[in-house]
Design a protein around this ligand. Structure first.
Ligand SMILES: [Zn+2]
Length: 385
């Protein structure tokens, strides 16, 4: 058995802990770049805490997926403004943008030197300037992952900047920040979190450390996602979802993902109006089913099949539950949470061939428990349209 586990230097978890940010940030200097999501007014409290601790912030708002050009530009601004550290405050897009800027502030050259596929894919040489990640959704787990997903609109692609040197210096996970998320966003980000717990658990790179996190995370998400969707102010449900999201991030960063994310990357690049969480939510039950069928046919003794039974038992809370029951449970959950089908975003059967081709090259696909054939991938996609 071989595995490695790396994460943020410090993880600070608990309702209301945003108020500690002033003291936490003081350690890194007095000039911060604060990267926020679309609604920057949500960061007012954060900015006030920083200012009352003698830190002067420069703010940058990210609308939608962060684009390569925007990251380049903002890195220049942060240099001129002499920012010593970067705080990301928001969903996955804001955190990934902040993570990428923190990396580029420490490393020479331009962003394209380091991104994969559309760039030169060189390895980052220096540790990022201090990066503090504060998620305001319970979904991506980006606060503890070592990659930033960036959009290249001219290539219609999503590409990653990745390095263990990009891990956050501090992750502040305060579930209270997620209480005013609207139901649709709670649903899609929550199902992304659940996907990011199931895929590493059944995948080919699972290890005992990530297994423990996945089991605990799946149990909490199963118990709380409907409750958080139904009543955003349900504190214990929000807390459980924040833990599930964090554990999903820890698991995926150290054990990889699977076919849901293998599809989600190329799909997000081609259809930039389709949010990552919504894509994963629509695909999860179909991919679970395709994997289970393929495993039964070609690897009936596989440990992954036993793991799909265990996933079902955790989701449903019954020791007699089987893999198929788990698929049905997830299908119902997606229905109850009003997850739109992929066709809603303009993804049609004519796109299936290109999506299958691109997804087979995706790094997430390599950790899927079994190599799905192009026909199986195409059928799985069609069922989610
Ligand atoms: Zn995801």
């Amino acid at each position: 058995m071989h595995f490695e586990f790396a994460t943020a230097t410090r993880i600070i978890f608990g309702p209301g802990r945003l108020r500690e940010i002033g003291t936490i940030a003081n350690e890194f200097g007095s000039r911060a770049l604060v990267v926020t999501g679309r609604d920057s007014s949500r960061a007012e409290k954060l900015l006030a805490h920083l200012q009352s601790n003698g830190i002067s912030p420069v703010t940058f708002t990210v609308r939608g997926e962060p684009e390569l050009v925007a990251i380049e530009q903002e890195t220049k601004v942060a240099k001129v403004e002499r920012c010593e550290f970067v705080i990301g405050f928001g969903g996955g897009s804001a955190l990934d943008a902040a993570k990428a800027i923190a990396a580029m502030l420490a490393n020479d050259g331009e962003l394209l030197d380091y991104v994969e596929i559309v760039g030169r894919g060189q390895t980052l040489k220096k540790r990022s300037v201090p990066f503090i990640a504060i998620p305001t959704t319970a979904g991506t787990g980006s606060e503890v992952t070592r990659n930033a997903v960036l959009a290249s609109p001219e290539h219609k692609l999503k590409v990653s900047l990745r390095s263990p040197l990009m891990l956050a210096r501090v992750a502040v996970v305060d579930p209270e920040l997620t209480c005013d998320l609207p139901p649709a966003l709670t649903a899609s980000t929550g199902l992304d979190a659940l996907t990011q717990l199931i895929e590493p658990y059944v995948g080919s790179r699972a290890n005992p450390m990530t297994d423990g996190l996945c089991v605990e995370g799946i149990r909490r998400a199963a118990r709380s996602l409907r409750a958080a969707f139904g009543d955003g102010q349900n504190k214990s449900a929000r807390e459980n979802m924040a833990i599930a999201s964090l554990f999903g991030g820890l698991a995926l960063a150290n054990a990889g993902l699977g076919a849901v994310h293998g599809f989600a990357g190329p799909m997000g690049g081609m259809f930039s109006n389709a949010p990552h969480g919504a894509i994963c939510a629509a695909l999860l039950p179909q991919v679970m089913n395709a994997n289970i069928q393929a495993l039964r046919q070609r690897a009936p003794d596989s440990e992954a099949l036993r793991r799909y039974d265990k996933v079902a038992q955790l989701l449903i809370g019954k020791v007699s539950a089987t893999a198929d029951d788990g698929v049905e449970w997830v299908r119902h959950l997606a229905g109850d949470l009003k997850i739109p089908r992929l066709g809603t975003y303009g993804i049609k059967s004519e796109h299936v061939a290109e999506l299958v081709k691109k997804s087979m090259q995706a790094s997430s696909m390599k950790a899927n428990p079994i190599a799905l054939t192009p026909e199986e991938l195409a059928e799985t996609l069609r069922l989610a349209l």
